[in-house]
Design a protein around this ligand. Structure first.
Ligand SMILES: NC(=O)c1ccc[n+]([C@@H]2O[C@H](COP(=O)([O-])OP(=O)(O)OC[C@H]3O[C@@H](n4cnc5c(N)ncnc54)[C@H](OP(=O)(O)O)[C@@H]3O)[C@@H](O)[C@H]2O)c1
Length: 335
């Protein structure tokens, strides 16, 4: 596989290189791509240095697959050009997620929707990915009616500039700001831009993407997304109302057996998921599993995952792995 990584100098792109290497993805040629300012810089993959090229040069090299994490506007502009050249694009931005002609995929949930004709495949929002990995097996068993989620999201979800802001503030250094307010020692109930209904775009992503990935428009979701001065991953407090009743032990059992999920739920020994423990892991960690005692058939849980891994790079590479395993790359009739 000739693999282009578009956004290779960014937080997600760097993690993609790492994940491709760790999972031994069959890369025969690597094409790292970034903006004009980075062309000629070097990135490391499997101990070798690779020169960053422009998107135009990358298309000329006709990669088989391009993993995009270079922001929405770059994806909107560039992904169709790659697709027209016969490249399968797996895109991390929000540009294509709700396009009804594009698949939005979390392999543990809905990889089976993919076909060889899918030339631009959308990777969901990081907070949505970790939530649906845990929700899907429960939905299959008890049918979810409604989800109320509040997130506690890592600064790594905003990119390099946000991580720099946190550490600059910690050291008392002035520098560029990714957020409208101080993030160190603070909590911002604001992720992405506000929309007309008073929710943020991040909240609307969780609401809409969950229905699309789960393939069930009847699931009602409401979300409050919050940025906190943390690095290792996103955390979520999730309240889930089911159509059918459940036993807590059975819920734990279902989640323990679910692909991609690790249950960490032993409060007697103070065991519950935390971003520090999820950091650099590919799993979705679920704990604090308990009944909501205020209404029937309702569960509370706490879900944590490394947003740069399962929330971005790992999920994208897993999609690519699925396409390779099913022989779906390079098979499509070109548009
Ligand atoms: N961080 C997360 O948890 C997360 C999760 C899911 C999805 N995403 C999405 O992934 C994307 C990247 O996020 P990030 O956190 O990695 O951001 P980042 O650290 O700011 O990196 C952005 C990358 O995009 C490149 N880029 C910018 N403009 C470009 C252009 N015109 N052409 C080619 N490359 C360009 C940058 O290259 P230069 O270095 O040359 O500027 C850099 O490599 C965003 O769309 C984000 O929404 C992020």
């Amino acid at each position: 596989m000739k693999v282009a990584v578009v956004g290779a100098t960014g937080l997600v792109g760097t993690k993609m290189l790492q994940v491709l290497e760790e999972r031994n993805f069959p890369v025969t040629e690597l094409i790292p791509v970034a903006s004009a300012k980075s062309v000629g810089k070097e990135v490391t993959y499997k101990g070798k240095q690779y020169k960053v090229v422009s998107v135009e040069d990358a298309i000329k090299q006709k990669p088989d697959v391009a993993l995009f994490s270079a922001g929405g506007s770059t994806s909107l502009e560039q992904a169709p050009l790659f697709a027209e050249a016969g490249v399968t694009v797996i895109d991390n931005s929000s540009a294509w997620r709700m396009d009804p002609t594009k698949k939005l995929v979390v392999p543990e949930v809905n990889a089976d929707v993919l076909t060889a004709d899918d030339k631009i495949i959308a990777n969901p929002n990081c907070s949505t990915i970790q939530m649906v990995v845990a929700l899907k097996p429960l939905h299959d068993q008890y049918k979810i009616k409604r989800v109320v989620v509040s997130t506690y999201q890592s600064v790594t979800g905003t990119g390099v500039k946000a991580v720099d802001q946190l550490f600059n503030e910690r050291k008392g250094i002035e520098g560029p700001k990714a957020y409208p307010y101080q993030i160190d020692l603070n909590v911002l109930p604001h992720i992405d831009v506000f929309t007309e209904n008073g929710y943020t775009k991040e909240e609307m992503k969780m609401i809409l993407e969950t229905k699309k990935i789960m393939g069930d428009n009847s699931i009602r979701v409401t979300a409050t997304t919050v940025r906190i001065p943390v690095m290792g991953g996103h955390s979520e407090s999730v309240n889930i109302e089911f159509e059918n009743d459940f036993e807590l032990n059975e819920v734990r059992d279902i989640l323990t057996k679910a692909p991609g999920v690790v249950v960490v739920d032993d409060v007697a020994n103070l065991k519950y998921p935390m971003p520090l423990d999820a950091h650099e892991k590919d799993d979705v960690f679920v704990g604090r599993i308990r009944r909501d005692e205020t209404q029937p058939n309702t569960l509370n849980a706490w879900i944590v995952s490394d947003n740069l891994r399962k929330g971005a790079a790992t999920n994208a590479v897993q999609i690519a792995e699925y396409l390779v395993a099913k022989n779906l790359i390079g098979q499509a009739v070109e548009a």
